[in-house]
Design a protein around this ligand. Structure first.
Ligand code: HEC
Ligand code: HEC
Length: 431
């Protein structure tokens, strides 16, 4: 307090004394985002819901400062190409990679239409390598390493989520992309590879165990309570992104409908007010993923945000959920579900405190992401989005509403009659 008061006074005097700095216009504007550090910082300060966690504090200390911090990192457009089975063979043989023909992403001119931005953003999602990754390089060498841990193949047989790329020292590397965890085949009416639903087969923990020569699902009992046991417990479709020393897995969120979600992250630690929020959020993720050594060119993070926000909410599991659907809609209203899960996306801005919802508090209370709240997830396509809750601790919708599940919290809909429960399930399969 003693230090702060004079500083505040000084700031106030300065503001009164120098009215030359115009108020900042923070409406979405790609040129402001690319060119003006003060705009980027304004977005960060406006949209973080709390400054009291390590995630926010690192960004506030480093981002949008212009002549210091992360703005000084080199912007790199890594030349890259798909990773094929022939690459796996040469890695297994001599740990070498052929250069092949590499492409980059930054266009000569800024895109001029939404379609162009979205097409570029889709390429960033599938093609921009996050970092040289020795684990995934070793995994690609192993027979069935990628097959057994949930990686997908594209139509040309390349491996989705992995690229061969040239790093800033000119060495050929294997790197992962955002598509590793966030792409799947089942998002749209015409099944194709996109980002509407996450890749729930992706098993990061098993991948790391395999590379260490361990057998997922069959660790020696003495390792059960160690970090290796946590990797084994992670299973598919979840990641522990907090790195705070305790086990707090997060289910991969779907990008479908993300453009209309009021908050970002299970912890709701960002308010999403537009393209710029998501561009800043993703730009800082690229920086931390690259060990804070390089940054993504901003035209690419803006394009990625445009693409993410263009993805439609997941389609319902059943186009025709049957006669119970209407009765289920009534149960949904009568049970008060709609006070939090508000149509059409079945989410809302309502703040739900970690202690009030009563689900596993570990991730909510972590000093890395603490915000006090868990976000209300969208229920669009929810019957296709297992596992449930922020930590993916519930495997099916039936279990979620069973009244005697192991995972604590979210007590709503736990004491329904069998008929009401079946109706509610039909409703959830049809939205
Ligand atoms: C190894 C798996 C993995 C990779 C790779 C990955 N993510 Fe994620 N992503 C997650 C997990 C887990 C979460 C949930 C984190 C949370 O809620 O705090 C998440 C959350 C997000 C969210 C918030 C979505 C929402 O609904 O609020 C966005 C946006 C996102 N990721 C974008 C990206 C981008 C862009 C990349 C590439 C730079 C990327 N992710 C790479 C696992 C991954
Ligand atoms: C007070 C607000 C609130 C009410 C009322 C509420 N929910 Fe939720 N719901 C949440 C929150 C918050 C979560 C996420 C909790 C977490 O991840 O730990 C959630 C999660 C869910 C999920 C898991 C979705 C996923 O993708 O993981 C389902 C399904 C769900 N709610 C259905 C319902 C139904 C059905 C009702 C009524 C019987 C209901 N909710 C009532 C706030 C609410």
């Amino acid at each position: 307090m003693t230090l702060r008061a004079p500083l505040l006074l000084l700031a106030l005097l300065c503001c009164l004394g120098c009215p030359s700095e115009p108020a900042l216009d923070l409406s979405d504007d790609v040129r402001e985002y690319i060119e003006r550090a003060r705009y980027r910082r304004g977005i960060l300060q406006r949209d973080l819901t709390t400054v009291e966690n390590a995630y926010a504090q690192e960004r506030l200390a480093q981002y949008g400062l212009g002549d210091e911090g992360w703005d000084l990192l080199p912007a790199v457009d890594f030349p890259s190409r798909p990773l094929m089975d022939t690459d796996r063979e040469s890695l297994a043989g001599s740990d070498a990679l052929e250069r092949g023909s590499l492409t980059t992403l930054v266009p000569n001119e800024l895109p001029t239409s939404d379609e162009e931005w979205i097409a570029l953003g889709r390429r960033v999602f599938f093609e921009y390598p996050l970092r040289a990754d020795s684990t995934y390089r070793a995994l690609a060498r192993l027979e069935d390493g990628l097959e057994d841990t949930g990686w997908l193949r594209d139509a040309d047989d390349s491996w989705v989520g992995l690229r061969v790329f040239e790093d800033d020292q000119g060495a050929l590397q294997v790197g992962n992309t955002c598509a590793q965890c966030h792409a799947s085949y089942d998002g749209t009416d015409e099944p194709g590879l996109d980002g509407v639903l996450a890749n729930r087969e992706m098993n990061i923990g098993a991948a790391r165990l395999l590379v260490m020569g361990l057998v997922p699902g069959d660790l020696p009992p003495e390792q059960d309570s160690t970090a290796l046991g946590d990797l084994d417990r992670l299973g598919p479709g979840r990641g522990d992104v907090l790195a705070d020393g305790s086990f707090n897995p997060f289910a991969f969120p779907d990008f479908g409908g993300l453009g209309d979600m009021p908050y970002l992250h299970h912890n709701a630690n960002w308010v999403q007010r537009g393209v710029a929020t998501l561009a800043v959020r993703c730009e800082t993720l690229f920086i931390t993923s690259a060990a804070r050594q390089t940054r993504i060119p901003r035209v690419l993070s803006w394009a990625l945000a445009k693409w993410q926000r263009s993805l439609p909410a997941p389609a319902p599991l059943l186009a025709d959920p049957g006669p119970d659907f209407d009765a289920g809609a009534e149960v949904f209203d009568a049970e008060g579900c709609a006070s939090c899960h508000v149509p059409p996306l079945y989410t809302s801005e309502r703040e739900v405190e970690v202690a009030d919802i009563g689900t596993d508090p570990a991730a909510g209370e972590s000093s890395v992401r603490w915000s006090g709240n868990y976000r209300i997830p969208s229920l669009r396509g929810v019957a296709r989005n297992a596992p449930y809750l922020h930590d993916g601790s519930v495997e099916t919708l039936e279990e979620f509403l069973s009244g005697d599940r192991e995972a604590p919290g979210h007590e709503y809909g736990q004491d329904l009659s069998p008929a009401d429960r079946d109706a509610l399930l039909a409703f959830l399969r049809g939205i």
